[in-house]
Write a protein of this length. Structure first.
Length: 202
């Protein structure tokens, strides 16, 4: 997670939120609740949660992203920062942390996972999403000749990690998380667009 932009911050809610939001909301209690949005991008999901009655604080490494968010939604509690910063000292701990479509962009995923864990209260819940990869989906991409598009090699600051449930689960368990529940969203499960890990801190 660096200070350069890796997404389009000028649009409305990212397309992925259409299929991610139901899974995230199902894992949250009814508002009000305090939520930290780690990698909030252009602020669209933080704004959606705030509109629903949640109290949300977010950070993102992109200055253009945060500038767009604060201009579009004045008063939204978002700031420039990343998982490589000491976020707990600045913002405290939260019962819930969401981090949507972020972990595939980070260069040091164990640092990211450690920060995710530290941001949570004991017994808290992290909700992490990333593009889904599994045998049948990978096979379908290869057969369709879609690997070049899927790998986004020409996307500056794009995806640099490709996670499976096994590898993301290992990352989260190494950080100290206990129970992990999984959701596959967007398309049928075998060809899901993203997977959502709901990980609980002991």
């Amino acid at each position: 997670m660096d200070s350069t932009t890796y997404a389009d911050y000028t649009g409305d809610a990212e397309h992925a939120h259409q299929f991610l939001a139901p899974a995230v909301l199902a894992a949250l209690p009814p508002p009000p609740a305090r939520i930290f949005d780690l990698g909030c991008g252009n602020g669209s999901f933080a704004a959606d949660l705030t509109t629903r009655g949640y109290t949300v604080t977010g950070v993102d490494p992109s200055a253009p992203g945060i500038a767009y968010a604060t201009q579009r939604w004045p008063g939204l509690d978002v700031h420039q920062g990343s998982a490589y910063d000491d976020l707990v000292s600045r913002y405290g701990r939260f019962p819930f942390v969401v981090s949507l479509e972020v972990v595939e962009h980070v260069y040091a995923p164990r640092d990211y996972a450690r920060t995710l864990f530290d941001l949570l209260d004991p017994g808290g819940t992290a909700i992490v999403s990333t593009p889904y990869h599994g045998y049948l989906k990978n096979l379908a991409i290869a057969v369709a000749g879609g690997f070049d598009k899927h790998a986004t090699a020409l996307w500056d600051h794009g995806h640099i990690k490709f996670w499976s449930m096994e590898t993301l689960g290992q990352l989260l368990r190494e950080a100290g998380f206990g129970t992990i529940e999984w959701r596959r969203v967007g398309r049928i499960p075998a060809l899901a667009r993203s997977m959502v890990a709901i990980a609980r801190k002991p």
